[in-house]
Design a protein around this ligand. Sequence first.
Ligand code: FAD
Ligand code: NAG
Ligand code: NAG
Ligand code: NAG
Ligand code: NAG
Length: 602
Amino acid sequence: MLNLAHAPVLFAFFGTTLGALYTDPSQLTKTTYDFVVVGAGTAGNVVAARLSENPSVSVLVIEAGVSYVVLQAPLLGPQASVNSPFDWNYTTVPQKALNNQVLPYYRGFVLGGSSSTNFLTWTRGARDDYDKFAKVVGDNSFSWNKLLPFFKKSEQWVHPTDGRNDSGQYDPSVHGHSGPVYLSVTGNLSAIDSRVMATTQELSSEFPFNLDTNSGNLLGLGWIQSHMGFGKRSSSATAYLQPALDARTNIDVLIETRVTKLLKTGTSSGLPEFKSLNVVKSASSTPTVITARKEIILSAGSIGSPQILMLSGIGNPPELTKVGITPQVTLREVGKNLQDHPLFTAQWKVRDDADTFDPLTLAGVDPAPFLAAFAEWNANKTGLLTAVGGKHMGFFRLPNNSPLLRRYGDPAPGPGSAHYELAWQNGFVSVSQPFPTSGRYISNIHVLNTPTSRGTVTLQSSSAFTQPLIDPNFYSSEFDLQTMVYAVRSAQRFIRSSAWSDYVVSAYTDSQDMFALDASDETIIAYIRRWTHSIKHPMCTAAMHKDSDKGVVDNNFKVKKIKGVRIVDAAVFPFVPSAHPVAGIFGIAELAASKIKNFHGI
Ligand SMILES: Cc1cc2nc3c(=O)[nH]c(=O)nc-3n(C[C@H](O)[C@H](O)[C@H](O)COP(=O)(O)OP(=O)(O)OC[C@H]3O[C@@H](n4cnc5c(N)ncnc54)[C@H](O)[C@@H]3O)c2cc1C
Ligand SMILES: *[C@@H]1O[C@H](CO)[C@@H](O)[C@H](O)[C@H]1NC(C)=O
Ligand SMILES: *[C@@H]1O[C@H](CO)[C@@H](O)[C@H](O)[C@H]1NC(C)=O
Ligand SMILES: *[C@@H]1O[C@H](CO)[C@@H](O)[C@H](O)[C@H]1NC(C)=O
Ligand SMILES: *[C@@H]1O[C@H](CO)[C@@H](O)[C@H](O)[C@H]1NC(C)=O
């Protein structure tokens, strides 16, 4: 998202550990474990670490990606994906509603998965999101009140490294204080913070201040919380996997190795049982078979988990036959129901003397300011690199009398869920536009939180080494596009408030037409179609559902119609929460680990 051409890539290798870190299946000293976790990503590491708390249980985690803990300075987060060795390099199919553009579709290819490469924003979503989740899956454990202890269990609030008092920027009572993932508000304040706060007063009905948007009460504008502490990214690799490997001998990790398919091992209660799987180093290597005595946990993410099921013959039979796979189990919704949040950015030019991060990030600027900031981060874990680009974000709803709600109905899980999100960045930020070479800017991020478009993940080949066809199908619903138009007009009201009158000079070239006071919907829509990308929140491709003939997993995370396999990752959410999902994924993975431990009495 930022353009940090000078950013040195910072690697930290996992040091000596008790548990083993293998890089080739031939190094394994055994091929049967109690639990085999597929994907050392966000959710997989939570499950593996919790299951291995019991020393009598053996756990193997298999990860396709590499072993580094990457780009720990929060501001460098975006550099972990673009042309990086830590990404899957996926792209979408051409998006019809986006002038047929093909979009990049980043996914972490590294220990920690996408929690090692994402933008660090920590939002749980609304109370209503989880209360609806509980209804859809028919299990009260997924309600906000029941999940809150699991959200807290994953977290440890820490204070920012600039030494300021962060009281008044979050609510300590709604957070965990002794969990593995460090959580913090910005490590470096910015010059626009007071203007943002002034706007919450001046336009308090549209942009009310919310002390903590992670309290279940999501709506309003608050300080961004990020999964970082002591100036560094905290991922599921640093928070869960590394401590488990350091302390235990009953957990092993096999990296740079891909799971290609599950293998049928027998029948249990009349259902086919899949307790073995194939792993390979490369497309041409002979598979090694690995077996789980108790269960296989698929945590390969919203693209990887449905892909592995389909490669194993579990999915919609005609689609499998088409690519030469023999169907074994009919589960029509595998890879269906893909939900993601579209995002675009728009910028305003601000005063030339404004204190923004542009001197570090614009195209072709002098590298000295970046190198100085990096040196400060390296030596003291302070300064500009200890924060993501934005300090504030807000979650908002269409007004109750909005014609959109009348025309299309309200897709939000409840009245406390957000239709759209706005976030402000103290410099030029974009996921799609070319960066300018000079100037000072403020950027506005617009996100649709309750998308009604539904996409798909389908195989284009029977090889695990061919990327699946990914179609988020953005703006295939008119509600989605029109809600983004509303978000643009809302962002414009924000910047036209008096707090910005002596600061903002004009709309940036790309957005001049859209931000004209008399801009038509068509003008705004043209901008949206040109510059929308994914925020990279794909979910729901192996959705949980209470009815046996709907969805892919039951409310114990078990894959329907087969035995021996659960899925624990972003794919099982029945719908995308109305906020960034990673905090919710950590919480749901904690709940899943607890359910699995209870089931096996371990
Ligand atoms: C660039 C980017 C920015 C984002 N920003 C944010 C943000 O700021 N806030 C937020 O809340 N969310 C953000 N997200 C989304 C969030 O990080 C993800 O939704 C979340 O981390 C997904 O967790 P997961 O466990 O489902 O999958 P992942 O964490 O992606 O883990 C899946 C793991 O499985 C491995 N795997 C896949 N297939 C195989 C296979 N066949 N064999 C072996 N291993 C396999 C992968 O390599 C990966 O390590 C972002 C995502 C990206 C990519
Ligand atoms: C993605 O591309 C980078 C190089 O740009 C490469 O290092 C990396 O291995 C690729 N990822 C995969 C999964 O092939
Ligand atoms: C931070 O400020 C709050 C409210 O003013 C105060 O109660 C608290 O003691 C302060 N904390 C520290 C560590 O100074
Ligand atoms: C780190 O902090 C020390 C003490 O405040 C300071 O003297 C030093 O200049 C800082 N280092 C960098 C590289 O900023
Ligand atoms: C952010 O960090 C930089 C570098 O240390 C510092 O110069 C600046 O004053 C900090 N910003 C604020 C608002 O404190």
